[in-house]
Design a protein around this ligand. Structure first.
Ligand code: SF4
Length: 235
């Protein structure tokens, strides 16, 4: 079995707990307006690896990941390559490495379950806490509903989840939505952390110019992000 990988990062510090090896999967069915990795979208790009190839790349560095860190499958959408992701997670577990999957719930839960079950934790991206806005941002319907289903499933199985939410002025920097999202998330004991992430334009150069709609949008201010933390009660 092989999977298509966009790239690897040996010392990730922002994709889950501790120091992590991050495997960026190739392919994503969403088209988020603020995506900074549009080069991961096409599923036939990247390079092919077997799960064993990926494990072999990680093992020489494993001492770095043994003290509260681990391996994160990110992307793109790692659960698009479900069988490959599940097998890789199983292999990493056999090696005693902690695993996380960074997902946007773009794949329906019935299909994604086996990879979710195989991971130690999820980093679950909530794109917007409003169905119409979520569809506008991602280009696909029902993503918010699928994100909620993933979270409910993790609650039922006791799987730890970190929530990530990108704050974009004019889109998700919305007091009503943020307050509602904070109230919703605090009902789930599986949610271990809520991470609001400030929108940035570092990936803009990777976009086809005519498709990028946020050229005129500035990142949120430090004051905005403080207010967001209060609304989400993420501190
Ligand atoms: S889910 Fe992630 S990789 Fe896919 S379009 Fe959205 S931000 Fe980009």
């Amino acid at each position: 079995m092989t999977g298509r990988i966009h790239s690897f990062e040996s010392f990730g510090a922002v994709d889950g707990p501790g120091v992590r090896y991050v495997v960026f999967f190739q392919g994503c069915p969403l088209r988020c307006m603020f995506c900074h990795n549009p080069d991961t979208w096409e599923s036939d790009a990247g390079e092919e690896y077997t799960p064993e190839d990926v494990v072999r790349k990680i093992l020489p560095f494993r001492n770095f990941y043994d003290h509260g860190g681990g391996v994160t499958l990110s992307g793109g959408e790692p659960l698009m390559q479900l069988d490959f992701a599940a097998e890789l997670l199983d292999r990493l577990k056999e090696e005693g490495l902690h695993t996380a999957v960074d997902t946007s719930a773009a794949i329906p839960l019935e299909k994604a379950r086996k990879a979710i079950d195989a991971a130690d934790m999820l980093l679950l991206d909530f794109k917007a806490f409003d169905s119409a806005l979520c569809e506008k941002i991602t280009g696909r319907p029902h993503i918010l509903e699928q994100e909620k289903e993933y979270l409910e499933y993790c609650q039922s199985t006791g799987k730890k989840v970190w929530i990530r939410h990108v704050i974009v002025p004019g889109l998700t920097l919305n007091e009503t939505h943020l307050k509602a999202l904070g109230e919703y998330l605090h009902r789930f004991s599986c949610v271990d952390k809520i991470e609001p992430l400030a929108f940035h334009k570092m990936g803009e150069f990777k976009w086809q110019k005519e498709l990028y709609k946020l050229s005129a949008t500035e990142p949120p201010s430090a004051g905005d992000m403080k207010k967001v933390s209060e609304l989400l009660r993420s501190y």
